[in-house]
Design a protein around this ligand. Structure first.
Ligand code: MN
Length: 231
């Protein structure tokens, strides 16, 4: 039986050295995974367990895009992140085996309606309006895990109009990539196409129409986003 109407194609991400692209199934995001960022948000890191929110795959766009300033916010923030692309099915995987599920890594932006996220947080409501924003999940091309190597002291940084706003290293991650995959796989059957944004370092801040965001992680393809006019 055919569908009643056609949906847009599944968004997908280029992969270095591959003709095919990586199709996006789900986008999981880790909250407060750098202590200095948690502090700037007025909250201490919960070292007992990580927590998550999600962005719809329909919110994904690619590095180099121009994205309209979204409706419903006066405080649209940048968050520079390392994203992990899952390449093998895992469920309840131990930390020691979790990296076997990684296909590759890429730079990502978790663009956020900060005013709505904070007002939702204050009312103990879900963060969807703050986080699941159209065109807010930005991905640069994926580098395969073997080419990236071990996660360690790689610099993670973001600039707005050439001025540095975020500058940290992956060694500052509170929950490591294998710890995140292991924990998340306790609740989900992770599958190829699932992406995990691992959280943002300190220095988040607002952008305005016309701003150009650039960012990078040592060893990965850089990311960029231009903020268009308000819709
Ligand atoms: Mn984030």
């Amino acid at each position: 039986m055919s569908h009643l109407f056609n949906l847009p194609p599944i968004p997908s991400i280029p992969v270095l050295g591959e003709a095919g692209t990586y199709p996006i199934r789900r986008i999981f995001c880790v909250g407060r995974n750098y202590a200095a960022h948690a502090a700037e948000m007025g909250i201490e890191v919960d070292r007992e367990k990580p927590f998550y929110f999600t962005k719809s795959a329909a919110s994904a766009i690619l590095s180099g895009a121009r994205a309209a300033y979204p409706s419903g916010t006066d405080n649209y923030h940048h968050e520079m992140e390392l994203a992990v692309a899952i390449g093998a099915p895992v469920h309840q995987v131990p930390v020691s085996e979790a990296l076997s599920a990684v296909y590759g890594y890429c730079c990502a932006l978790d663009m956020t309606r900060r005013d709505l996220q904070l007002s939702e947080r204050a009312k103990q409501r879900p963060w969807d309006l703050g986080k699941d924003v159209e065109s807010s999940a930005v991905f640069a091309p994926i580098t395969k895990a073997a080419s990236f190597g071990q996660i360690g002291e790689q610099r993670i940084h973001l600039e707005v109009n050439g001025q540095t706003r975020q500058d940290a290293t992956l060694a500052e991650l509170v929950w490591s990539v294998p710890e995140i995959i292991s924990h998340l796989s306790g609740f989900y059957h992770l599958q190829p196409g699932d992406l995990i944004m691992t959280g943002t370092p300190a220095g988040v801040g607002a952008v305005l129409p016309g701003d150009i965001i650039t960012g990078g992680v040592d060893g990965l393809e850089p990311i960029s986003l231009t903020i268009g006019s308000a819709v």
